[in-house]
Design a protein. Structure first.
Length: 179
């Protein structure tokens, strides 16, 4: 599993332990004739939750590069700061509206106050069965603010209940995006 090493830049160390893998239990309450269900979910956070890609024509400071086994990206201080909110957002997905992205993954939007301003913080994730029996993986692929750099491309908001998503994945049922 991915445990991110702290990042150091100009004498300051940025702890990333809040993005280390963690197994949580998510309880779907009983409803009507359907019994309560408990899901064990392993949370995994990706590199894109606290870094950004290199912009066209940019020569980034090499000391700002953070690499995993697949790629090197630029450490993004704003994404890092907002990543502190990710564990709470992700651990409470059953209380939030989740949306199909249309590309096999899902997203939620959290409105975050920043100096009195509200911004759309988009969190993209995918869910799958784990190699561990009875455990599901929830991989948080990316998280960023919808701003001028990300003005286009937000998928249409096609809702799906998080409990439905977990149930279907656990039971190997396809998740059909709405038309």
């Amino acid at each position: 599993m991915i445990s991110w090493a702290p990042f150091s830049y100009q004498g300051t160390t940025y702890d990333l332990s809040h993005l280390h893998p963690k197994v949580i239990e998510i309880v779907q309450p009983a409803a009507g004739d359907k019994p309560a269900r408990t899901y064990k979910v392993q949370l995994i956070y990706g590199l894109h939750t606290f870094t950004r890609g290199v912009k066209a024509g940019e020569e980034p400071d090499k000391d700002l590069l953070y690499c995993d086994s697949r790629e090197c990206r630029v450490f993004d201080f704003r994404r890092y700061e907002l990543s502190a909110k990710l564990p709470e957002i992700v651990e409470n997905l059953q209380a939030r509206k989740c949306y199909h992205s249309g590309k096999g993954n899902f997203f939620v939007i959290e409105l975050v106050g920043n100096d009195g301003l509200r911004v759309e913080y988009e969190v993209y994730f995918e869910a799958s069965r784990s190699t561990q029996r009875g455990v599901l993986n929830l991989y948080v692929q990316s998280a960023y603010v919808r701003d001028a750099e990300h003005k286009g491309g937000q998928p249409k908001k096609k809702p799906i209940g998080f409990s439905i998503l977990l149930f279907n994945i656990q039971n190997n049922k396809p998740i059909k995006p709405p038309k």
